[in-house]
Design a protein around this ligand. Structure first.
Ligand SMILES: Cc1ncc(COP(=O)(O)O)c(C=O)c1O
Length: 377
């Protein structure tokens, strides 16, 4: 291999659309409206149209988006929010920051989503919301989650940071984009996300016009009109330059999803018959856009495989090595080892392999050959 293999190849992705991106960036720079420039409004509209939602609100990053969602929904200190024990820390961090109480729930071992079968058993009179995380690029079981939420009058915030462009498939066969099925969907435009910018960025999606307006106001210091602060808000903005980049890249999002799916299919076929190697399960209620291609490596071999591949110049990543309830900062909530056995086991088993939109056949062949060899000998 001439170039080092990477988990995500952002350089090749940029080079492929360089003239368009450079033009968009130059125009944003020359326009000098660096904050809230016309590109921000235009991108919010394009994002809204793409996702077929009533309102898309842009913000500074995916973590802010979660916080703004919880503020917009009126969650108050002491309220309980249900969140999977196996997720990226941001999902839980904002719950803690707002003095809400995270109520962890175990996950499904094959799809990595929160275990909706356990939801009803942890709902209390203090519960106000559920945050399904569409982990690694596939939607959680939204119809089941929404039905339980409706029954108990809870809000549903879809953490869609890893699943932009995935589609939820309803039982009647109709589809809706990830992040548009609950009350609010939040997302991140971190560079390695399926729709990534050249820095930080985020957004919220909602079908509720009134809530959408509230979210927009909160993201902008709680003001609708300049210097009239109707509610406590935050300063969370998508930069004009980032909006310019995203406007270009949104046009390619479906192609990007297809490219990731092609890489995943090839991996799926290559690894189908390896004992102790479990490829990602595809849920019947979602398409998968593979922000990560995350497998489960059984029999305690995960770390050995990781080191073996590293020696061959192949990166792999453990998303995530420690479940949230066992992270030091979150021990104050009183959870212990053994509370969420599947989340804890997944942290020992999961391994994510390189996947991105510009994967070359020869590179993927080399990765596959080495993984297969590891299990052969
Ligand atoms: C599941 C999930 N939620 C939230 C976030 C936070 O997004 P950001 O890094 O843009 O704040 C991420 C980012 O990695 C994520 O993966």
């Amino acid at each position: 291999m001439n170039e080092p293999i990477q988990m995500v190849d952002l350089k090749s992705q940029y080079l492929k659309i360089k003239p368009e991106i450079d033009q968009a960036l130059l125009s944003a720079v020359e326009g000098v409206a660096y904050i809230n420039g016309p590109q921000v409004k235009s991108f919010a509209k394009s994002l809204q149209e793409y996702n077929k939602v009533t309102r898309a609100v842009t913000c500074g990053n995916g973590t802010d988006a979660l916080q703004i969602a919880m503020m917009g929904l009126g969650f108050k200190p002491g309220d309980e929010v249900i969140v999977p024990a196996f997720t990226y820390i941001a999902t839980v961090e904002v719950i803690a920051l707002l003095n809400l109480v995270p109520k962890f729930i175990d996950v499904k071992e094959d799809t990595f989503e929160l275990d909706y079968d356990q939801l009803e058993s942890i709902i209390t009179e203090k519960t106000v919301g559920i945050v399904p995380v569409h982990l690694f690029g596939q939607c959680s079981n939204m119809e089941t989650i929404n039905a339980i939420a409706k029954k108990h009058n809870l809000a549903v915030i879809e953490d869609t940071a890893q699943a932009m462009g995935a589609e939820y498939i309803f039982k009647d066969g109709t589809k809706a984009f990830a992040g548009t099925v609950g009350d609010v969907g939040t997302t991140s435009f971190f560079p390695s996300k399926n729709l990534g910018c050249f820095g930080d960025g985020g957004a919220l999606l909602t079908q509720n016009a009134e809530l959408g307006e509230t979210l927009q106001i909160i993201a902008n210091h709680g003001q609708r009109q300049k210097y009239r602060h109707e509610t406590i808000g935050v300063n969370s903005r998508l930069d004009t330059t980032q909006a310019a980049v995203l406007e270009v890249k949104l046009k390619y999002l479906n192609d990007y999803s297809a490219a990731r799916q092609k890489v995943a299919r090839k991996y799926d076929e290559a690894f189908a018959n390896i004992d102790g190697f479990i490829t990602p399960k595809k849920a019947e209620y979602s398409t998968h856009v593979y922000n990560q291609y995350t497998c489960r490596i059984k029999n305690g071999k995960r770390n050995e495989l990781k080191i073996y591949l590293q020696d061959k110049g192949i990166p792999s990543m453990v998303y995530y090595p420690i479940p949230v309830h066992l992270q030091e900062a979150y021990r104050v909530y009183g959870y212990n080892a053994g509370d969420f056995p599947i989340a804890e086991r997944l942290c020992e088993e999961v391994l994510s392999f390189p996947i991105h939109t510009e994967m070359k056949d020869e590179v993927q062949d080399y990765i596959i050959e080495n993984i297969v060899n590891f299990f052969k000998y």
